[in-house]
Design a binder for this molecule. Structure first.
Ligand SMILES: CC(C)(COP(=O)(O)OP(=O)(O)OC[C@H]1O[C@@H](n2cnc3c(N)ncnc32)[C@H](O)[C@@H]1OP(=O)(O)O)[C@@H](O)C(=O)NCCC(=O)NCCS
Length: 175
């Protein structure tokens, strides 16, 4: 398999279900924020590793807003998607919803942008394949991710951002 070949967003999208147990909850019977973050990190890691074809580590997480509590006995419904790629890093968008098991009602719970870095066998950052965006929604997420990357780099005092979208290919652009 060609490890440098571009991959579509759909090839690495990940979904995960997690039952909230009493041991995951605070004294109000709501899932602890740290538990929700833990599962968001895992589903993001799955998407990152699928895209990179390497082990990946969490480099940073943009602010997480918890918009709705999740009760013990409810399900966390987690979804992760690669928004854009740099040279060795990837921004993964994660959405977490809660599902009421008796009614099936879904509610937005939390969302965040994770940056993962692929590591080669030597433990050093390794190149990731270009990303192919196929839908208008994916192209929008990619463009927004490029703007967030520029802000992150500026906050870290790194060199001005290279155009990370150069590593994100859009089959629609040629037509
Ligand atoms: C993430 C890590 C591999 C970066 O290593 P590094 O030697 O600083 O690597 P580089 O400076 O070559 O940067 C590599 C990539 O990571 C990105 N990066 C580094 N630090 C970052 C940060 N804090 N936030 C977002 N991206 C970051 C760089 O922008 C670069 O991206 P690019 O190749 O797409 O342009 C390293 O800091 C590390 O291992 N951190 C611990 C990760 C970990 O264990 N996470 C689990 C929780 S503790």
């Amino acid at each position: 398999m060609d490890e440098t070949a571009a991959k579509p967003v759909s090839a690495s999208q990940a979904e995960m279900l997690q039952l909230v147990l009493p041991s995951d909850a605070n004294t109000l019977g709501n899932a602890l924020g740290g538990i929700v973050m833990h599962h968001m990190d895992i589903v993001a890691a799955i998407a990152a590793q699928r895209h990179a074809g390497h082990a990946c580590v969490t480099a940073s997480v943009d602010g997480i807003d918890f918009v709705h509590p999740v009760k013990v006995g409810e399900l966390l419904v987690l979804a992760a998607s690669v928004n854009s790629v740099g040279r060795t890093s990837m921004e993964i968008g994660v959405k977490c919803r809660s599902e009421q098991p008796r009614t099936g009602e879904l509610r937005d719970t939390a969302s965040a942008y994770f940056t993962f870095v692929a590591l080669g066998d030597d433990g050093r950052p390794a190149r990731v394949p270009p990303l192919i965006t196929e839908t208008a929604e994916q192209r929008r997420r990619c463009a927004e991710a490029a703007r967030r990357r520029a802000v992150r780099l500026a906050l870290r005092g790194d060199a001005p951002a290279a155009d990370c979208c150069a590593a994100n290919t859009d089959p629609g652009e040629a037509s």
